[in-house]
Design a protein around this ligand. Structure first.
Ligand code: C2O
Ligand code: CU
Length: 579
């Protein structure tokens, strides 16, 4: 069983136990004896079964089980200890066990709430609040059932409630206040003289585009979605003038995967101010990384990118040889976009398909009709990629894969989630059952270039209640906090930095660090065994633990966030900062 499915199983059992305890309590209050005893038996079994799931989770990593062991464990023991013995005596008047059963229900439900609303790390405040909730609910139920609460019980309740109020406030305080992120403009970009310069102007505005036969409202660069394809040869200087015609939310250009100097990174409020309607901003940097990248607005990025403010950036080592095709996949107004592209390819011509996932969720790509190699991932060439046949690749949000092959005499077709997006003729192949390539075991290995790490960080991804805002929200959290309260990762220039990313939630988080490519060291404790993988975007699936590392060689303040942009907006953004 994977850790992801264990997390689900444990949650389901916890919900079942809670519902059965509460149902049993209600049934006995209503003197429905067989129903009450039946539900209580289910509850008892479910509560005991959690000992198994929680132990298994703890073995996968403390992050997955911390609050379950520290808070749910004792509360469940209390539930079984209080309700169990009374059930064994099964009194003549079944109503006598109503309160113990309800108590058990409150204990398991408040432990459940701790997991759902607070998660990792477990805190004393959360534990005390949970206990206070149980005590309060039990006292109220006791009154309703006509039981006289004893003096001691009332006193204990009071003490717990006061302690919970005092320490529970710790819940709303970020673990270690976050140093302020500097705002406004960075230093002016260094003049780069005497180099061939590629100049582009991107004017952003509201527009209408044809999405598969339906005219939809979009936000576009130069009236087109995707925006113009920006190309350069390595060594060129790119100079891109961004103008905002009428995008009220403001915009910027972020060069996804391109490790530009910090002041060119396009993160509003961190490296520059958002460009407002009528304003412009000039980006200038040297194209010194070869490969497939993309650009997109980083201001209101979730809606901005979804509406169409993105485009392709390709830097080639020299003149194009053979067929070199970019395939940026997007979903516009709920429809796959753009329309499938069909072209001729003469047999024997070398083809490079540059696949770019510009959506917020993973896509499954299959290339049918030919063997191929994955030449590069996230712009970086792989070492010794071997030919693949009838194999799918999963590309995370923001990620890029370059597939290469020599055009066969027969047609080839590229499908994304079962839909053809590129072809050289009709291909009918059933590809749904093809195995998926694991990039961590593909290509030829090379030793990790570092043997020690100067800094290590752990990011535990989850969901939780964020009380720091005026309106409480159910945020996507990192280490129990949501943007802007997640403490930054502080490094020094030259440090070798390792960080571990743990996903305790039920959804995929495509992780994306700006300004650096990270080398994958291990996943779920298994060292990466293929070509070195230098990524800027990687999917951390539910229950997974990734270990990655990079050298801190690009000073500045860099966003480090989930590239499901809705998650990033809902709290899952932090920063890497050079001291
Ligand atoms: Cu492609 Cu911070 O984003
Ligand atoms: Cu996410």
């Amino acid at each position: 069983m994977t850790t992801g499915s264990l997390l689900v199983a444990d949650l389901v059992i916890a919900v079942l136990a809670t519902a059965a305890w509460l149902g049993g309590g209600a049934a006995s209050a209503a003197r429905r004896r067989p129903l009450a005893l039946g539900l209580a038996a289910v509850a008892l079994l479910a509560t005991l079964a959690r000992a198994i799931t929680i132990t298994a989770l703890a073995r996968a990593g403390w992050w997955f089980a911390a609050e379950k062991i520290l808070i749910a464990g004792p509360l469940s023991l209390a539930a079984v200890g209080v309700a169990g013995p009374r059930l064994l005596w099964a009194p003549g008047d079944i109503r006598a066990v109503a309160l113990p059963l309800l108590f058990a229900g409150y204990a398991t439900s408040s432990a459940l709430l701790v997991t759902i609303l607070h998660g990792y790390p477990a805190s004393a405040g959360a534990g005390l609040l949970a206990v206070a909730g149980v005590v309060a609910a039990t006292v109220i139920s006791g009154r309703a059932l006509g039981a006289r609460p004893s003096r001691t019980v009332s006193r204990v309740a009071l003490v717990v409630a006061v302690a919970a109020l005092l320490t529970g406030t710790g819940l709303t305080v970020a673990p270690g206040a976050a140093p302020a992120i500097p705002h406004g403009h960075g230093p002016p970009a260094a003049r780069i003289a005497d180099e061939p310069t590629r100049r582009f102007t991107l004017t952003a505005g509201t527009a209408t585009v044809d999405a598969g036969g339906r005219i939809v409202a979009a936000w576009a660069f130069n009236e087109q979605v995707p925006g113009p394809e920006l190309t350069a040869t390595v060594g060129d200087v790119l100079e891109v003038t961004l103008r905002n015609r009428d995008i009220e939310r403001g915009l910027t250009l972020h060069w996804h995967g391109y490790d530009v100097p910090n002041d060119q990174d396009g993160v509003p409020g961190v490296t520059q101010a958002a460009v407002r309607p009528g304003q412009e901003f000039v980006y200038r940097f040297r194209a010194d990384q070869v490969g497939t990248y993309w650009y997109h607005t980083h201001s209101a990025s979730d809606v901005g990118v979804r509406m169409g403010l993105y485009g392709v950036l390709v830097v080639r080592p020299g003149p194009v040889t053979g067929l070199d095709v970019t395939v940026p996949v997007h979903t516009l107004a709920g429809r796959p976009f753009p329309a499938p592209r069909v072209e001729q390819a003469e047999a024997g011509v070398p083809v490079r398909l540059r696949l770019i996932n510009t959506d917020s969720t993973t896509h499954r790509y299959v290339l049918a009709g030919t063997a191929f190699r994955v030449a590069a991932v996230d712009g970086v060439d792989l070492r010794g990629p071997t030919p693949l046949v009838d194999t799918a690749v999963l590309i995370p949000a923001g990620g890029r894969y370059d597939l290469v092959f020599d055009a066969p005499a027969t047609p080839v077709a590229l499908f994304v989630d079962g839909r053809a997006v590129y072809s050289t003729g009709p291909v009918s192949t059933v590809t749904g059952a093809w195995p998926v390539l694991d990039p961590l075991g593909y290509g030829a290995t090379a030793p990790v270039p570092w043997s020690r790490f100067d800094r290590t960080f752990t990011l535990v991804l989850d969901r939780g209640l964020d009380l720091r805002r005026l309106l409480p929200r159910y945020a996507h959290t990192v280490n129990g906090a949501a943007d802007p309260d997640i403490p930054p990762q502080v490094v020094r220039l030259g440090d070798v930095v390792r960080f571990t990313i743990v996903n305790r939630s039920q959804v995929v988080h495509p992780w994306h660090l700006h300004g650096h490519h990270v080398l994958v060291l291990a996943r779920d404790g298994e060292p990466a065994a293929g070509s070195p993988l230098w990524l800027d975007s990687f999917d951390v699936r539910p229950g997974e633990v990734w270990e990655v590392a990079f050298r801190a060689d690009n000073p500045g303040v860099w966003a480090n966030h989930c590239h499901n942009l809705a998650h990033a907006d809902a709290g899952m953004t932090l920063h890497l900062m050079y001291s």
